[in-house]
Ligand binder design. Sequence first.
Ligand SMILES: [Zn+2]
Length: 171
Amino acid sequence: MDTAADLLFLNEEVALRINPFSEGEYLVIQTHPQEKNLKVSKRSFDYEEAKKYCELENLGHDYATFELRIIRDNKLWTVNNLGYPRTISQQQDWKVSLEYLEAIHDNDNHGEIIVCFCSYPYFHGVTAQTSSNCVTCLVDDHGREIHSCPNCQVASLQFKIKNSKFKIKDN
Ligand SMILES: [Zn+2]
């Protein structure tokens, strides 16, 4: 099935993500700046190769940061100095539900997807009563009202609303 979202796959960076990640696969990901989608710049099963690539990426970019992760149980994990999983990564391959991606392009629907500094995306919507709320927007967990980040638990959502580029419409 072709959807508007499929056009995203024409983007080379996104194309890196088409094939599902495999158990034990190393990923070099961009951890700063954050984007809505996981930015993978390298996939490899060779720890030394991936580590080297990550070091070179960090040397080659002044304003972006890259880190090494490994896939275990379909999740991203940080890597110890032997190349084994250490702790669960704050950055994950979050899948935003299509209805929220469509909602941000709908002019009648005042909302946007905000990315927490930990990488977690959530939906900030504004209702006709000019009250605003934040809800989860992932494929497997959406529509849940949240007041703190479910991923890093930081209660910074209100702060982000105030600084949001989105203007609350006054009627
Ligand atoms: Zn967070």
